[in-house]
Design a protein around this ligand. Structure first.
Ligand code: FE2
Ligand code: FE2
Length: 270
């Protein structure tokens, strides 16, 4: 059960293709009943067949009770994104794209009496050389200075070192930093000394028998034989849903607990 003073956030790792959407369909309602999250954030950059997201999928996620959809490097891969990214504030793209990029890097809203800002930001190590994520966060935090708002950050990055560095850079300045993008959850969930909840990566929602959610034989052919094989999401076998739960004290906004969430289900049980 959840105590009255707790504001509980559920964050779900990158939802990969049909398998990712299917496992949410199978388990999200159950998890909502079990944990009673006050806010759900999910990374949707791989939701449309592994690459990007469509308006229909955004609407589906919002209908399921997901409050904010974060993204990452795959955000632009469906052309139709440009038709709705500016008019769907619940869908955010990395904050540190250059000025003038469509969409927004954060979403501010109120829910259950809490003023909330969810931020999506992207790393640069082994990734596209975009604007500095650390300075972009500094600028955003300067614009929020003095405001009593719960600040949650999805840092979409490859290198765990860069992610941990962002955790330290933001310790005591935001309320949580969690990583996405690698699709592999890390076991370093912690509350940093100045009371920022932190984990390097929260994992993914998709097929277990896969290479980070994608088809195994296609991945093997592309990497071993260097053939121009198109990647597609894996669909067979068991599915997994991964993420985190973070409890915050409603009044102080300090994190009380961060824990990993991992569900594995058989498609036979659908
Ligand atoms: Fe991803
Ligand atoms: Fe990514």
């Amino acid at each position: 059960m959840k105590a009255d003073n707790v504001f509980r956030v559920m964050a779900l790792g990158d939802i990969v293709g049909d398998a990712g959407r299917k496992v949410l369909q199978m388990r999200l309602l159950h998890l909502q009943r079990k944990y009673q999250p006050d806010l759900i954030v999910a990374n949707g950059e791989n939701a449309a067949h592994g690459f990007g997201i469509t308006k229909k999928i955004v609407e589906e996620f919002l209908n399921w009770g997901i409050d904010v959809i974060t993204a990452g490097n795959h955000i632009w891969q469906r052309k139709e994104i440009f038709d709705f990214v500016d008019t769907t504030p619940q869908l955010i793209r990395p904050l540190n794209y250059p000025p003038g990029t469509p969409g927004k890097g954060f979403y501010r809203f109120e829910k259950k009496g809490m003023d909330i800002v969810v931020v999506n930001i992207m790393g640069r190590i082994y990734m596209e050389p975009i604007d500095c994520p650390f300075r972009a966060m500094d600028d955003l935090l300067a614009s929020l200075s003095g405001e009593d708002v719960l600040i949650l950050v999805d840092f979409h990055a490859e290198a765990t070192s860069e992610k941990q560095l962002m955790g330290w850079h933001l310790d005591g300045r935001v309320h949580a930093v969690w990583g996405t993008h690698t699709h592999i959850p890390t076991a370093d969930e912690r509350i940093l000394p100045k009371k920022t909840a932190y984990i390097s990566d929260i994992g993914m929602c998709g097929a277990v028998y896969s290479v980070i959610g994608m088809n195994v034989s296609e991945s093997v052919r592309r990497v071993i034989q260097h053939l121009p094989v198109r990647f597609s999401p894996a669909t067979e076998g068991d599915l997994e849903l991964q993420g985190i739960l973070i409890d915050f004290d409603r009044r102080s906004k300090k994190p009380l607990l961060i824990q990993r969430l991992s569900e594995r289900v058989s498609q036979e049980s659908s």
